[in-house]
Design a protein. Structure first.
Length: 363
């Protein structure tokens, strides 16, 4: 079916829903941006809400991690490599003046370089053996396999000047916490397409079974997201809660075995702190002991200050889905993409950035 024709048919189907008000959450930054760009929420009936959760990896990375990265950047002979979104995320402010960022540290002389892949960081480590090259490993199950593969490569080549400051997080464990939240009272999840490609649909079974939360995996085009929302409404109307895959081409049972094998070889589950949510058990990926020498947190002994969130920033509430971005007092005033106060306005996948760029109607 033509995507536009399908989208119109799905909108008509959703607007025919006459049951109780429903709230669904998507936990994928790509869904966040796609829904905002298309104005998808304005197509939904008032009884069906789609809110954004902690689906942006940069946004959920706590301020203490940024402080740690800044401490490493200040060391002599350290080259800090990172994806671009992290450059403008503010660290803790302990003195008067603008908050520290990696971009500011770079301007002041620190060796901070943007990489589009951890393989770029490996190239720097090979070319500049006098430098300690640290890659900032931030992301979910989608980026973690490439970073794990880079670590495997460094181990095979004996690259002693490459390491990773890890902050990898796993989505299903956070979804369990959100499913139990009395703040939200969710009716189901629109599950992330990219993460599901790696993990497979089975990882959401405990959420559907134990928390009676419908889980629907969806793609990223407007019609695909609407298809997922319609499937969620259908499950609620039928009184069932199961895992449903409406993105069957890329998402297969069992996920991507090769990517999962690489992850399992290098990393093991660990507790992890999520901005706005707190510590979630087994929701992070820490280095296995055989790769501990590539853990920058162990390799470098640096003093990291007590983390402080930016004053007035409501990113935590936005990430938990309890605050619409536009209702933050700083939104569009003190906090803009050019002058961000919080990570949700910095990242290209952040809820606040999505709302700001596309003037999306309130959810």
């Amino acid at each position: 079916m033509n995507p536009q024709v399908e989208a119109r048919a799905l909108v008509d189907k959703l607007r025919a829903y006459s049951g109780r008000p429903l709230t669904f959450m998507e936990v994928c930054g790509t869904h966040t941006m796609a829904a905002a760009k298309s104005g998808l929420r304005s197509l939904l009936p008032p009884t069906v809400r789609l809110i954004s959760g902690p689906g942006c990896p940069v946004c959920v990375t706590p301020v203490g991690y940024v402080d740690h990265a800044l401490a490493l950047a200040a060391l002599p002979d350290v080259c800090l490599t990172t994806f671009g979104d992290l450059l403008k995320v503010p660290g803790s402010t302990h003195v008067k003046g603008p908050p520290p960022t990696l971009l500011r540290a770079k301007a002041e002389g620190a060796d901070v370089r943007v990489c589009y892949s951890p393989l770029n960081a490996l190239e720097i480590a090979r070319a500049e053996p006098h430098k300690q090259v640290v890659f900032l490993g931030v992301g979910f199950e989608t980026t973690a396999p490439t970073i794990a593969a880079a670590v495997q490569t460094a181990a095979r080549e004996g690259l002693a000047n490459f390491s990773v400051l890890g902050a990898h997080k796993t989505i299903p464990e956070a979804m369990v916490v959100l499913a139990s939240s009395s703040e939200l009272r969710l009716d189901g999840f629109l599950c992330p397409g990219h993460v599901s490609v790696i993990l497979g649909p089975e990882v959401y079974e405990p959420i559907a079974r134990d928390h009676h939360q419908p889980c629907v995996i969806a793609g990223f085009e407007t019609a695909e997201i609407l298809r997922g929302v319609a499937a969620l409404v259908g499950q609620v109307a039928a009184g069932v809660a199961r895992v449903e895959n409406t993105y069957p081409g890329p998402v297969r049972p069992g996920g991507n075995p090769k990517a999962r094998a690489v992850l399992d070889d290098v990393f093991e589950p660990c507790d992890s702190v999520w901005r706005g949510v707190g510590e979630i058990a087994h929701s992070g990926l820490g280095f296995r002991e055989r790769y501990a020498r590539f853990d920058a947190a162990r390799r470098f002994d640096v003093a990291v200050p007590e983390p402080r969130e930016p004053r007035g920033c409501r990113c935590g509430d936005v990430l938990r889905g309890v605050l619409d971005p536009a209702l933050c007092p700083l939104f569009g005033k003190a906090c803009t993409p050019d002058n961000p106060v919080g990570a949700c306005m910095v990242s290209s996948e952040g809820s606040c950035a999505a709302r700001y760029h596309y003037a999306e109607v309130a959810a």
